[in-house]
Design a protein around this ligand. Structure first.
Ligand code: GDP
Length: 780
């Protein structure tokens, strides 16, 4: 968001008509942002810019009616055109004055320097703007697989999404991943087939691929007029209106287009196609919506042509919201065609916040319940936290309670990231999104309520509903909104500051970056005391490295990138351990006996399943159970062989004797030691991450890509044809994939693209395992 704001502010500064001298001064001197208070806003808005809606919509700027809000995400495979589409949306809604171009590194949403250089969207950018009478809060989600956690986090706050496709490629790997994530969060979607102007663009192919790969029912709401070079517009199947862009020059921005009813005389073939498409659409929708079926079979059974557009639209909206089908639209963002109808479709077919149901809301009643979904660090104002309010309202100068961190914090100001300004607002109502200033502890994914008492009241309601007299920790957990599952990192490396004097600055930079991005893990090597950076991919770590340099001014050194292996055991084993320590006048005495077993069936979880022998269950006081389980679980974080997490283990506590004075810490320590013994006896097996690799490559370079894969211990699972390209699906150990993007680029003259995703963990054979051990011990 910050980068959008900065860019917009920079744009505003570039244009003398938009900004007076004193204002520029404020911009540079104070906050690098335009911050207007509500009282200031009326005149400021008049003075500095006049977006559509202008001052008349000021009231709705601050708190639009909930039914007019759309919290929308854009998701897609890398390069499908998300950034370009977002840019066009901002332009047509009036909030940027010139069109940026991703190819020139000049767009608003790809603001981070790294994004511009690499031509990808990394951090989610949220931007708020109005389209007609609607407020659109748009979250641009990243397309690179290293950042799927970022996508997942955004999906939590969205009510609807637009999936952007390259019409010449259909459904690509990353879209499939994000689509599944959206399914999980039950997010209604619409599809936008972009790049209709591109050579080999095919509307039919793309629709077929949506049907086959996404296993969904596409509702064709538009048909293209022309394809590839001849693409010039579209027909709205609902109204049978044709929308044609007639650019007068290369600089034509697509704001003007011709919209009129398509007549048979205009193009008899197209007319017939549209007629058929409309009938098919009506039948599809009637199949999925009883209310519409009644209408069609009753009043309009003789002539579908007479069905009013608004009745059809309402029915399309109902089936989209129920996620029974997905509207499909088309266009070319780059050539400025089709984006305005896409904006209309967002307002027409995607849900308002009050049309989504959230189970947790019943516990809060009308109390405040909000989710912190993104943290940005502003050098002047400290952390800026994006929040979405689900119930109640948020006010500046008020204390709030963070359930995840169990702490009370103060919000000093609330800012609406509205177009190119940050407008200070007096309150934030349900369904809306804003930036808060003042929250110091809150991190991405935290739940915020008005007070501790309000959290307890909600937990009590949840507990009562579950039939419990007293509320418990599980009731508090049911109040938490986010809990985005963060996959374990697959890569790690050491990171060092240029001098010891800068270690503290580095620690500070890393903790800020971690609050922004929970998929980044930082730990301390217990043996060497070095800081270790753990990330989701090579690109992820590279970006963090760059950001530390650019944003925090610290030149750091990264050690070689290493693969995060896992450990498991081969056989069941038992161990006994006794801890006997006297501290002061207290004797701490614990004796434990454990059995560990390799888990069959469900795989790849680092959380051990813990059982107790009947005799232990009877004698174990409830309050000690936590200490026992902590000890066991902690010992699985660092395996006994190389210190990697231990996965797929079942544990039985066979006997446990605890002296009455023993502290919980001592109980955990004894169980931990006993676990380490048992794991060693069980015979440690190292597991390596096995990745699913998908390469899209032209026929000419296919053999070069395959030969290279063979050298990487890759096993090819499938080679599909996609238009003129081949798509190779393979499984490859991650250890063999270091620097793959550079190699693939040179092998295929930059024409191939790939995605890499964690598939599973597989056992190293004994030679590989001993080679790895020797390498790790520095013997080779
Ligand atoms: P993102 O990675 O999904 O954000 O995609 P971008 O918006 O960065 O676009 C990727 C590339 O596709 C850039 O070179 C764009 O110029 C190009 N592109 C985007 N939209 C279109 C389009 O409608 N037609 C064509 N031909 N190219 C497009």
């Amino acid at each position: 968001m910050l980068r959008i704001m900065r860019k917009l502010a920079v744009n505003a500064l570039k244009s003398p008509s938009l900004c007076s001298e004193p204002f520029r001064h404020v911009y540079f001197q104070k906050t690098k942002m335009r911050v207007l208070s509500v009282t200031q806003h009326k005149c400021s808005l008049r003075n500095y810019s006049s977006p559509p809606g202008d001052v008349k919509s000021l009231r709705s700027v601050i708190n639009p009616h909930i039914s007019r809000i759309r919290n929308i995400g854009i998701m897609a495979h890398i390069d499908a055109g998300k950034t370009t589409t977002t840019e066009r949306m901002l332009y047509y809604s009036g909030y940027i004055r010139t069109l940026g171009d991703v190819d020139d590194g000049d767009t608003v949403t790809d603001f981070m320097v790294q994004e511009r250089e690499r031509g990808i969207t990394i951090q989610s950018a949220a931007v708020t703007f109005d389209w007609k009478d609607y407020r659109i809060n748009l979250i641009d989600t990243p397309g690179h697989v290293d950042f799927t956690v970022e996508v997942e986090r955004c999906l939590r706050v969205l009510d609807g999404a637009v999936a952007v496709f390259d019409a010449s490629a259909g459904v690509e790997a990353q879209t499939l991943t994000v689509w599944r994530q959206a399914d999980k969060h039950q997010i209604p979607r619409i599809c936008f087939l972009n790049k209709m102007d591109k050579n080999r663009a095919s509307f039919t192919y793309a629709v077929e691929s949506i049907k086959q790969k996404l296993k969904t029912k596409p509702l064709l709401l538009q048909l293209p007029i022309g394809e590839a070079k001849t693409f010039r517009g579209l027909v709205d199947v609902v109204t049978k209106e044709q929308i044609v862009w007639k650019p007068t020059s290369d600089l034509d921005d697509g704001k003007n287009f011709e919209q009129k009813l398509l007549l048979e005389a205009d193009d008899p073939n197209l007319f017939q196609e549209v007629q058929d498409a409309r009938n098919t659409l009506i039948e599809q929708v009637a199949d999925l919506d009883d209310q519409f079926a009644e209408l069609v079979l009753g009043e309009y059974s003789e002539n579908f042509d007479l069905i009013p557009a608004d009745k059809l639209r309402s029915a399309i909206r109902r089936v989209t919201l129920a996620q029974k089908a997905v509207p499909v639209l088309c266009g070319s963002a780059l050539k400025n065609k089709g984006v305005q109808p896409l904006l209309d479709a967002i307002t027409m077919y995607l849900p308002a916040p009050n049309e989504r149901s959230y189970e947790f809301l019943q516990w809060y009643k009308d109390d405040l319940c909000a989710l912190a979904f993104k943290v940005l660090h502003d050098k002047c104002r400290g952390p800026l936290v994006f929040v979405r309010v689900y119930s109640g309202s948020l006010k500046p100068q008020s204390a709030v309670y963070n359930i995840n961190k169990s702490c009370t914090e103060r919000i000093s100001r609330l800012l609406l990231p509205f177009a190119d300004q940050q407008i200070e607002i007096p309150s934030l109502m349900p369904g809306n999104i804003a930036l808060t200033v003042g929250l110091k502890q809150s991190a991405t994914g935290d739940t915020i309520v008005s007070s501790k008492a309000s959290a307890v009241a909600a937990a009590r309601r949840a507990g009562r509903d579950a039939g419990r007299e007293k509320w418990s920790t599980s009731d508090v957990e049911s109040l938490l909104l986010a809990g985005v599952e963060i996959p374990d990192p697959v890569f790690f490396c050491t990171i060092e500051p240029p001098s010891m004097a800068r270690q503290q600055d580095l620690d500070n930079a890393l903790s800020c970056l971690q609050r922004e991005d929970p998929s980044l893990k930082v730990k301390l090597d217990p043996d060497t005391g070095q800081t270790i950076l753990c990330g989701m991919g090579e690109l992820h770590i590279e970006i963090i490295h760059d950001r530390i340099k650019r944003e925090y001014g610290i030149e750091t050194y990264l050690g070689p990138l290493q693969v995060a292996y896992r450990e498991t055991i081969l056989n069941a084993a038992q161990a006994t351990d006794t801890l006997d320590k006297t501290v002061g006048d207290k004797r701490h005495l614990v004796t434990a006996e454990l059995e560990v077993r390799p888990r069959l069936g469900e795989r790849a979880t680092t959380k051990p399943i813990i059982e107790y022998a009947a005799s232990v269950t009877e004698a174990l006081p409830k309050e000690l159970q936590g200490a026992v389980e902590n000890g066991i679980t902690n010992s699985c974080i660092q395996g006994p062989l190389l210190g990697f997490p231990v996965q797929d283990i079942d544990v039985t506590v066979q006997s446990l004797m605890v002296h009455p004075d023993t502290s919980h810490t001592m109980v955990s320590a004894c169980l931990s030691r006993c676990m380490q013994k048992a794991l060693k006896k069980g015979g440690i097996q190292i597991l390596e991450p096995l990745m699913k690799l998908e390469i899209t490559v032209s026929e000419d370079y296919l053999s070069a890509a395959l030969a290279d894969l063979a050298q990487r211990r890759g096993s090819i699972q499938e080679i599909q044809s996609r238009q003129d390209n081949r798509v190779v699906v393979a499984a490859v150990p991650l250890a063999e994939m270091m620097g793959y993007s550079t190699v693939l680029r040179s092998l295929t003259s930059g024409s191939a693209t790939f995605t890499l995703e964690l598939a599973s963990y597989q056992a190293l054979n004994s030679q590989e395992q001993s080679a790895l051990l020797q390498r790790r011990m520095g013997l080779v």
